[in-house]
Design a protein around this ligand. Structure first.
Ligand SMILES: [Zn+2]
Length: 410
């Protein structure tokens, strides 16, 4: 057990945010990046991914793929790589020892020190990280889509982004998150990973984890990244978790919400380890892992993401393992499958049923969905979702809503 706020993974929070005047950036080779890479740069530079200081070099990639550790020995489960094609590298004259200026939204954003240019067996990477090479798996698809060369080296944010409303109210990089915990006097905090608007079952699960961990507080830390049609819109996810507290379902002094910029890999157990490390860096002592955590389809055993922690050295963040749960009409309440003997009568919380109710604009009973959450989801649909609480084409087409890179003339 871990009883106190922990030291970050690798011992210190990485901070590589150095606002830099334009004249110092002139002449660097410019490489435009897209949202996923921009989010990874922020994750690295603001210390969410400590001890990483940049995109992985070959030795680290190989060690992560084969041993689930960095070359230094620290547990690390998902390779973070920066890919370019051989053609791009030649055309732009990129060489080891150089420095790239990564541009995002057509503005200077970050620098990448070109420590190493290398190739890696993408098939092996996919097989070890995702446990499959099936191209239908979204993480495998992402891996196979990488260009043939990787550039490893340190990343520095040179032109920090402005985080836009409503996301700015949830932007707590590790240092700020830890300061908040300290101010509130929270020593034991249990993290909840989510991509959902909470129904009463989620609320019950969080309350149970808080109790089981004997925690001071819960950090709800939704993953904000690439969206797919039909996902809940990010704004609704963040704001609806916050309304659970504001409406009193959680006391003010035991609950907070912040965001994690990350594109889900759906790597199941390996992603569970990654989530644990990031939340450890945020200062959490415990992390909830439910059934099929970070899984997709039928690629992973229901509790593979629980068992992986048995095989690892103590990560310094304690997994709170939650089981299948349901609404039991006999007990007249929510129960874990292991707790009551009413499997026949039990009603599972069906995400798709709840979605269809919301889609029809019908307010579900408060026993399964809080009215305040419902109202907020509907408001968010109007305000941010082009009329829908679910991601649609119009939502996908808008520019990055989370961050704006300030204009900088080179
Ligand atoms: Zn029962």
């Amino acid at each position: 057990m871990v009883d106190n706020a922990l030291s970050p993974h690798g011992g210190k929070i990485v901070e590589r945010v150095v606002p830099t005047p334009a004249e110092k950036l002139r002449g660097l080779t410019q490489v435009p990046i897209r949202g996923p890479q921009a989010r990874e740069c922020l994750g690295i530079a603001y210390g969410f991914f400590s001890p990483l200081e940049g995109f992985l070099t070959a030795a680290d990639v190989d060690s992560v793929v084969k041993n689930m550790t960095l070359a230094s020995g620290y547990v690390w489960s998902i390779p973070l790589v920066f890919d370019l094609s051989e053609g791009q590298i030649k055309e732009m004259g990129i060489k080891e020892g150089g420095k790239l200026l990564l541009t995002y939204q057509d503005q200077p954003f970050a620098t990448l020190d070109v420590e190493e240019i290398f190739s890696y067996d993408k098939e092996l990477m996919a097989k070890n990280v995702y446990g499959t090479t099936d191209p239908k798996h979204p993480g495998v698809k992402r891996t196979q889509a990488y260009q043939d060369k990787f550039v490893g080296g340190k990343v520095t944010i040179v032109n920090p982004p402005v985080i836009n409303p409503p996301f700015d109210g949830f932007w707590f990089p590790p240092k700020a998150q830890r300061e908040l915990f300290a101010q509130r006097g929270w020593k034991k905090v249990v993290a909840h990973q989510t991509r959902n608007v909470p129904h009463a079952g989620h609320e019950w699960l969080m309350k149970g984890a808080w109790f089981a961990a004997n925690a001071d507080a819960i950090l709800v830390n939704p993953v904000i990244g690439e969206k797919r049609p039909g996902d809940y819109i990010d704004e609704a996810i963040l704001l609806s978790h916050d309304i659970l507290r504001k409406a009193g379902y959680f006391r003010e002094d035991i609950h907070t919400t912040s965001l994690l910029l990350w594109d889900m890999r759906y790597a199941g157990p390996r992603e569970a380890v990654f989530h644990a490390i990031v939340r450890k860096n945020l200062g959490c002592t415990h992390h909830m892992f439910g059934r099929d955590h970070a899984g997709v389809g039928t690629y992973y055993d229901t509790y593979a993401a629980h068992r992986i922690f048995n095989e690892l050295p103590d990560l310094g963040i304690y997994p709170v393992k939650t089981l299948e749960w349901w609404y039991c009409p006999v007990c007249a309440g929510i129960a874990y499958e292991e707790q009551c003997a009413h499997k026949q009568e039990a009603q599972r919380f069906s995400g798709s049923l709840i979605r269809s109710i919301i889609e029809d604009g019908v307010k579900p009973p408060r026993l399964i969905f809080r009215p305040e959450v419902f109202d907020l989801v509907m408001e968010s649909a109007e305000k941010y979702g082009h009329g829908s609480p679910f991601v649609n084409e119009a939502y996908l087409k808008r520019p990055d809503p989370v961050m704006t890179i300030p204009a900088m003339q080179l």
